[in-house]
Design a protein around this ligand. Structure first.
Ligand code: COS
Length: 383
């Protein structure tokens, strides 16, 4: 749903300019340094990027899912590492509190997430619980008016810099599956919380992940999201439904950037006496990428509109994540191919994006998990 087309157009234009003038020129440096400069982070805060989809009542811009998709298409035109820093505050780092939190929890934490004053992270994955998230074994045991958490969370995006965590832990050891899991809000300086060293990743340099370790970590009982034990897995799933749409929009945006890079290279570079773009086999790759990116963009907008209209989009979010993350992988592969030898060289952006986009098929649910969710929901609806 678009509430005010003119305002949205202005916002999208402003973000597109910021991406073009400030972020794209810094991409290579950020990748080399594995660090986003503090000045850029400040600019992102000033633009409200940390609170795009946080309600206005808590200091955010209150974008609807459809509006967010249009914004994220633009953000996709630069390195995904930039999005990683502020996307989590809008998405998986804040949505647990926004969807299922109490009013007091929202009032306490959400304004600082919207402003970017605090950075958040989502702690579901563990060394032995990845796709099978309901098998997680981090424990939370009640002790007076606190819970004591023990366990390790793995590959936590923003882990090194986050100071607020949504943590899924098992409060009922008798319940081995989803029903024994509770979601907690854990502050970064909670006693017993520590961070592992930053992971060395294939791509997305500038976005950091690490282990988050809970060693008799004491968390106030009032920090259970929504105040209810045993429903934390459902909170996590609802958060991921929304997150999967956001990542799909990002994939569609990155695909557009890769197509721009491919087209401009193909028009400039000459072989056999003519620009590459005049060779039909190159044209076929350009056309396939354009068609697939358009399909991705369209399905994201459709699912986003349905979500805004109040439909349950769990299946559609997985359809979008499945298609868009695979699609951008193919587009990146063609982009490297169109660039030929140059596409294998680090000075061309497509080499970096080729590595960056690989993660999209894995995080927030692998392609295989999306297939499983879609098919299971189909069977459930039919029976
Ligand atoms: N919204 C609300 N509730 C949901 C839900 C959703 N989208 N999906 C599942 N649930 C509920 C189910 O209805 C069920 O509730 P009941 O016990 O009341 O029936 C409960 O959650 C457990 O669901 P389910 O039985 O489907 O759980 P499974 O363990 O079989 O598996 C999958 C669920 C595989 C879909 C889940 O573990 C998953 O998404 N894994 C991938 C995790 C992931 O994306 N990790 C990325 C890391 S975070 S960046």
């Amino acid at each position: 749903m678009i509430r005010d087309q003119e305002l949205l157009d202005q916002l999208v234009d402003t973000i597109a300019r910021f991406v073009r003038e400030r972020l794209i020129p810094s991409e290579a440096q950020v990748a080399d340094d594995d660090e986003i400069p503090a000045t850029l982070l400040e600019e992102m805060k000033e633009m409200g990027l940390f609170g795009l989809s946080i309600p206005e009542a808590y200091g955010g811009l209150g974008l609807t899912m459809e509006e967010e998709a249009y914004v994220v298409f633009e953000i996709g035109k630069t390195s995904p590492a930039f999005r990683s820093r502020f996307g989590t505050n809008n998405g998986i780092g804040a949505q647990g509190i926004l969807i299922d939190g109490t009013e007091a929890q929202k009032a306490k934490y959400v304004p600082a997430l919207a402003s970017g004053e605090i950075i958040s992270a989502f702690c579901l994955t563990e060394p032995d619980a990845g796709s099978d998230a309901a098998s997680l074994c981090t424990t939370a045991v009640r002790d007076g008016d606190h819970y004591v958490l023990n366990g390790t969370k793995r590959f936590i995006t923003n882990g090194p810099e986050a100071n607020l965590f949504t943590v899924m832990a098992r409060t009922d050891p008798a319940q081995k599956g989803a029903r024994g899991i509770t979601a907690f809000i854990v502050e970064g300086d909670a006693p017993g919380l520590s961070r592992g060293s930053a992971d060395h990743k294939m791509g997305q340099k500038g976005a950091h992940t690490c282990d988050i370790i809970f060693d008799d970590c004491r968390v106030p009982a009032e920090n259970i999201i929504g105040g209810r034990e045993g429903v934390g897995f459902k909170t996590a799933m609802k958060v991921l439904d929304r997150g999967r749409l956001h990542i799909s929009a990002l994939c569609a945006g990155v695909a557009e950037r890769l197509i721009e890079e491919s087209l401009s290279y193909a028009m400039e570079r000459r072989q056999f006496g003519v620009p590459l773009a005049e060779h039909q086999l190159i044209q076929a790759m350009l056309a396939d990428s354009k068609t697939e990116a358009y399909a991705g963009r369209t399905m994201v907008l459709d699912a986003a509109r349905r979500k805004d209209a109040g439909e349950n989009v769990s299946t559609l979010a997985s359809c979008c994540k499945l298609f868009c993350s695979e699609m951008v992988g193919r587009v990146a592969d063609r982009a490297v191919q169109i660039h030929g030898g140059a596409g294998y060289m680090a000075e061309y952006a497509v080499e970096r994006f080729y590595r960056d986009v690989r993660l999209f098929r894995i995080y927030e649910g692998t392609t295989q998990i999306q297939q499983l969710v879609i098919a299971r929901n189909m069977v459930k609806e039919a029976s």
